[in-house]
Design a protein around this ligand. Structure first.
Ligand code: GLC
Length: 752
């Protein structure tokens, strides 16, 4: 049975399930949300009434006094509420709750000249009040429906608190875990990244943005922000056009095709041209070639930063470059506010450019229904009823479990045996509410977050004594807690070790050069494991870690990422065997930082390493470590086992119909993510050794088998050529299917 809609919501309010079902069904065939002809007329009439200052005001986005999500800007005289009153701010971010939003909207509607409603944005990245696993963790669920439903819930909660715009989804493909923002994405694979991007946009925007439960989404960070040299945030991106088209651009295109209402420019340059002043990227590609109809907003102060990039002598020139490139809205930089009037007078920009930018911003506000009712997102009763509902918590708990990845489980250390009479919980991540929420935790409520220790206690109740010691801090050299930790480990039947990073060690401006466990955690693990007790490690992190030392010591490792509000409960459901883990890595775990970038869909090179002849000298390898990762893309264990057989490929109709039999050969029911990879053996340019082209997540009872069918057409086998045209080439294709990108069965076919 395919685990299609695995959540059985216990519905208190029928409206919720109807909302989820109808949007999730309809959102599959989303249509680009156009503006009605009557609204178009209203926009043109409004444009005629607007002064140039008021037009520029619509192109200016300012932060409120809420979260600070960027460097302090030198616009301290531009107090946002003053600007709203003067019609010089069209949008505000980092403010929520009905009262706060209503207060600012009231200024716009009652005190400004033209009473144009504001749009309110926020980084709703993995939930609003109910915080779900970080996006990288969610991607390891390989559950597109769950990902879409999590965004529907996030949109419901955010709009219940006055918001109507989220700066998400982040769809930057990344192959370098030194970059802390891998936590916000969907890992290293472009094909999967596109599927997840589409699911997120559908989840946020639903079928009609006029539905007050939906959020205007924002595809970010356009483009290729995930490929900074040395994995250092904001650093230079310098990649070939073919790589840009093949690996980095598709997820943004997937968002545009899904009808995303806005796009955010990235901080980085691409081959010498900063995205925020890149006319080819923002106008020729995004609008003319892809047909994007929404508006383009910069990242935080990105126009100002064109001066640092060295493409503008001052912020005024930077503003002109940005508008001419196709940027519609300036986030927090005040550059449009300060310079567009002069640039217009100097004929460095045109009134048409300004009107075109204002038009797409006003269209978004009409699509959101803000001109019908500026307070449509300010309903107290929704704020009281729709936040952190029982259904949302149940969903979150299941999503935590589905995002976890079982990396190691020697001697079936997990699940915790029912015979265990006492459990010691040790480690700096065992009882930390703050860390469970991870980065970009939006309006997540710390006090409602369930830690691992609380989740374990919730699970066992009074039946089993649970003792806890922190043992050490996450990231310092203090070992004074070791003795107490070893004492409780020695006297317990079973030990849970909670190790990893702090929640804020990933996310923006959080690149690291050492990806091993920080502080003295490895030493704590060595001594606790040295007691000889059964030990299971639960890892809390926002990026792949080079946990080679830990991996050599620990009998069992469960990757839990940062699970959010229900982290402790969801992880405990796996530890005690309520849920059989089925997560699969969407990013490669390297053995050490020296191997980075290390990703599964690499090229073969002219001198490939052959593990069958490990001593061959003149091949592409290291002399101090294997080429192989610690854990490959697609990897994840289960409490049961699966076997693959009977792989066949039918080429009738010049397409590939692939069939494979999967059997549950273990002792427990479980879900398996069967992955389909293809290798194009010979091409006019080099091709990766494997490329993910499909997957199926299937629930199988013990001894049950399923025949899975995949279908691939020529378009699925197409790739970008140096002329940037995408087409397939006839020849031999190797078809791989398996439980991860390394463990597969394969067959070869020829297509003409
Ligand atoms: C930050 C981030 C971006 C976020 C924005 C607003 O600098 O780069 O992802 O949406 O500012 O908070």
């Amino acid at each position: 049975m395919l685990s299609d809609n695995f959540f059985s919501f216990k519905i208190a309010g029928l409206s919720f399930v109807l909302f989820v079902l109808c949007t999730s069904v309809i959102s599959q065939n989303i249509v680009r949300q156009n503006i009605s002809s009557s609204d178009r007329i209203k926009i043109e009439e409004l444009l005629k009434k607007m002064t140039i200052e008021e037009k520029i005001g619509q192109l200016s986005l300012f932060q409120s006094d809420g979260d600070i999500t960027g460097p302090a800007m030198n616009n301290n005289d531009n107090k946002y509420y003053k600007l709203i009153k003067e019609g010089k701010a069209g949008a505000i971010f980092n403010v929520y709750t009905v009262d706060n939003v209503r207060g600012l909207q009231k200024i716009a509607i009652e005190e400004s000249h033209l009473k144009i409603p504001l749009i309110f944005g926020y980084d709703v990245i993995h939930g609003h009040r109910t915080i779900f696993p970080i996006p990288l963790g969610q991607s390891c669920s390989w559950d597109l429906k769950a990902i879409e439903e999590s965004e529907q819930i996030a949109a419901m909660e955010a709009t219940a608190e006055g918001l109507n715009w989220t700066f998400a989804p982040m769809v930057d493909i990344a192959r370098d875990p030194r970059w802390g923002r891998v936590a916000e994405g969907a890992g290293e694979d472009t094909w999967l990244g596109c599927k997840i991007a589409e699911a997120r946009v559908h989840g946020f925007q639903g079928k009609d943005l006029k539905d007050p439960h939906t959020l205007l989404a924002c595809a970010k960070h356009f483009a290729a922000y995930g490929a900074p040299q040395a994995g250092r945030d904001y650093n230079t991106v310098d990649i070939s056009q073919v790589s840009l088209y093949e690996w980095y651009l598709p997820p943004y295109k997937a968002c545009v095709d899904a009808g995303v209402g806005s796009v955010m420019t990235s901080f980085n340059e691409i081959a010498g041209v900063p995205s925020t002043s890149n006319k080819w990227l923002l106008t020729d590609l995004l609008r003319k070639s892809w047909g994007f109809k929404g508006f383009v907003v910069t990242d935080y102060g990105a126009i100002n930063e064109l001066v640092n990039h060295g493409v503008a002598t001052d912020e005024k020139q930077a503003a002109g470059l940005a508008l001419n490139a196709g940027v519609d809205m300036d986030m927090q930089g005040s550059t449009y506010l300060n310079s567009l009037t002069d640039l217009l007078k100097e004929k460095k920009v045109t009134l048409k450019q300004i009107d075109d930018a204002v038009r797409v911003v006003l269209e978004a506000k009409f699509k959101l229904g803000l001109f019908d009712d500026p307070y449509r997102y300010c309903k107290k009763e929704r704020q009281e009823k729709e936040l952190m509902t029982v259904e949302s918590q149940a969903f979150a708990r299941k999503f935590v479990a589905r995002s976890c990845v079982l990396l190691k489980n020697d001697n079936q250390t997990l699940p915790i045996p029912a015979t265990v009479k006492s459990i010691a919980v040790i480690g700096p991540l065992a009882d930390s509410k703050r860390d469970m929420l991870g980065n970009w935790a939006a309006a997540g409520e710390l006090e409602k977050c369930v830690t691992l220790l609380e989740g374990i206690r919730n699970h066992v109740g009074k039946d089993i004594p649970i003792v806890y010691e922190k043992g050490c801090n996450t990231n310092d050299l203090d070992k004074s807690g070791f003795d107490k930790a070893l004492k409780i480990a020695s006297s317990a039947d079973y030990v849970i070790l909670a190790l990893g990073e702090e929640g804020e060690m990933t996310g923006e401006a959080s690149s690291r050069t050492d990806l091993d466990l920080p502080g003295v955690q490895n030493e704590l693990a060595e001594q606790v494991i040295g007691t000889g007790k059964p030990v299971a490690v639960v890892l809390f992190n926002g990026r792949p870690l080079t946990i080679t030392k830990l991996n050599n010591m620990a009998p069992a490792i469960l990757e839990s990422w940062f699970g959010g509000t229900q982290a402790g409960n969801g992880i405990s459901d796996i530890l005690f065997g309520e849920v059989n883990p089925a997560g699969k890595l969407t990013m490669t775990f390297p053995r050490n930082v020296g191997q980075i970038p290390l990703f599964y869909n690499a090229k073969n090179t002219g001198r490939p390493y052959n593990p069958k002849t490990p001593d061959e000298k003149y091949v592409s390898r290291y002399i101090d470590v294997t080429n192989d990762p610690l854990y490959p893309f697609g990897f994840g264990l289960s409490y049961t086992t699966f076997a693959y057989s009977g792989l066949t490929v039918d080429t009738t109709g010049n397409k590939l119909t692939i069939r494979v039999t999967v059997k549950n050969t273990g002792t427990r029911d479980g879900e398996e993510v069967a992955q389909l990879y293809v290798q194009d053996k010979v091409g006019s340019i080099t091709r990766p050794v494997k490329e993910l082209k499909g997957f199926k997540k299937v629930m199988l009872k013990t001894d049950e088998t399923a025949v899975l069918t995949f279908s691939l057409g020529k378009d699925d086998l197409a790739f970008y050529h140096p002329d940037l045209k995408k087409y397939w080439e006839p020849g031999e294709f190797i078809i791989y299917i398996g439980t991860n990108s390394k463990e597969t069965i394969s067959t070869s076919v020829f297509l003409n």
